[in-house]
Every structure is written in C-alpha cells, then in structure tokens.
Design a protein around this ligand. Structure first.
Ligand code: PEP
Length: 253
C-alpha cells in the first residue's frame, strides 16, 4: 500500500515567532485529529528547520522537509546548504525541482538528478516536482513533457532507490493562482505518470509510488482530489500557512 502524504510548502513566509506558532499548532492538531496512516510533512524556510524539527521529530507520522538543497556534497559554495547538513539536524524529506526553483533559479533536470542522488545518499526522501506551464497545457504534448521531467530527473535511479522517491505533480498554472486542476485532470495525469513509471520500473514499483497533487489545493477541494485512485495526497502551498486549513486537508482522505 502506498503512503498517503500531505506536505506543506511554506516557501519564503513567516517570521521565527510565527513559524513556531504555526508548527506547534499543526503538531497538536495532527496528533489529535489526523489518522496515523497519513504522513504529514512541513517544509518551512531552511533557517527554521533545526528549531521546528524538535516539534515534528517526536510525532511518528510527521516529517520535516527542506525546500531545496545543494547538488554538491560540501565545500566553497557560498550560501548553499548541503544534504548532509540537513540530515544532521533531523530533516526527513527534501523538495526537489519545485517549479519556482526551475523558473527563478534556472534549475535543470540534470542538476535536479544530482540533488535527488545526494538526498538519497544521505538517507532522506526526495519529493520530486514536475508539471507543465499554462502554454504547454493549452497546446499539445504536455503529457510527454511532464513524463520527460521524470525521465531526466529520476529514471537514472535503481529500482531500490526509486522506491524511496515521492513524486509531486504540480501544474504550474494551478500554483498560487486559485485555479485548481479538476479532479479528473489530476487523475488523468497521475494515471499517465504511473503508467510511465511502470514502463521503466514495472507495475509493482509504480503501484507503490506515492504521487501527490499540488496547485491551489485547499480544505474545500482536497477531498474530491484525494478521492481519485491515483492521487495519494497533496503538496500544499498557500493553504499550509494556516494550521486549521492544513490539518483539514490532511484529514481529507
Ligand atoms: C506549491 O507551490 O507547491 C503549491 C502547490 O502552491 P499553492 O498550493 O499555493 O498553489
């Protein structure tokens, strides 16, 4: 049975005090209200990871993610944070290849493949993001485009390592726009991607891979989206900044 996962990407938001309040509210609500078979992950700004890990660490169905990491192991890379540093403070997951990083920081699939490798080498779980732009969605070939992001970013992995990866399908046109993919559109892409995984790793591995949906997911639409057979949870942006709403999303399976 593949894992049900709800991950909150806080992006570049919240002061330290605000982050502490949000994290402790989420931790309490998750402990009290969310089914133990749902894994809940928060991805705060890197600066707060050490402190907030102390809140999430003791909760068995919670994890804490970095929003990015370096593709280099260590050394003279000013401003970067390595996977081994993240591991050393108890980080469990790393978001890799979010569309904002691809778009604003020009991250390529080649670089992202290196990041996936280094995250896995350090015993953490990559949450690998993929998704098409509005122009691509309105044209042809967007299924093949998203599949190619997976091919180039993670298909170099052995089946064993591939089994440790979580995928997040996030249509760029739905991120932060209030435009959500319909549940049918999400299901269609997730089923297609699962087929693509099966073509490389076989049906058993594909069936064990969690594929999350991201893009204006909120407490109102989560249940409908998560009810789709190939949608295994969500990567949540804006709605993860409110503890009540984020927890409600985690309760939407
Ligand atoms: C995201 O950026 O990963 C995301 C899904 O954002 P939002 O939920 O705000 O659309």
């Amino acid at each position: 049975m593949r894992k049900k996962i709800v991950a909150g990407n806080w992006k570049m938001n919240k002061s330290m005090d605000e982050a502490m309040i949000l994290a402790s509210e989420v931790v309490h609500m998750v402990k009290d209200e969310v089914n133990a078979d749902v894994q809940v992950i928060i991805a705060p700004p890197a600066l707060y990871l050490t402190t907030l890990q102390k809140h999430t660490g003791p909760v068995s169905n919670m994890g804490i993610a970095a929003q990015n990491c370096s593709n280099k192991a260590s050394g003279a890379y000013t401003g970067e944070i390595s996977a081994s540093m993240l591991k050393s403070i108890g980080v469990t997951h790393v978001i890799i290849g979010h569309s904002e990083r691809r778009q604003y920081f020009n991250e390529t699939n080649e670089e992202l493949a290196e990041k996936v490798n280094i995250v896995l080498e350090n015993g953490m779980t990559p949450i690998f993001c993929c998704g098409e732009s509005l122009e691509q969605r309105q044209g042809e070939g967007f299924f093949a485009f998203v599949a190619s992001q997976l091919t180039e970013g993670i298909f170099h992995l052995s089946a064993e390592d591939f089994g440790k990866v979580v995928i997040a399908y996030e249509p760029i046109w739905a991120i932060g726009t209030g435009l959500t993919a319909s549940s049918a559109q999400a299901q269609e892409m997730h089923a297609y991607l699962r087929g693509h995984l099966a073509s490389k790793y076989g049906q058993v591995v594909a069936d064990e891979t969690s594929i999350l949906y991201g893009g204006s997911c909120n407490e109102k639409n989560a249940e409908e989206i998560f009810s789709q057979p190939d949608v295994d949870g969500g990567l949540i942006g804006g709605a993860s900044l409110k503890s009540r709403e984020f927890t409600n999303i985690a309760k939407s399976f």
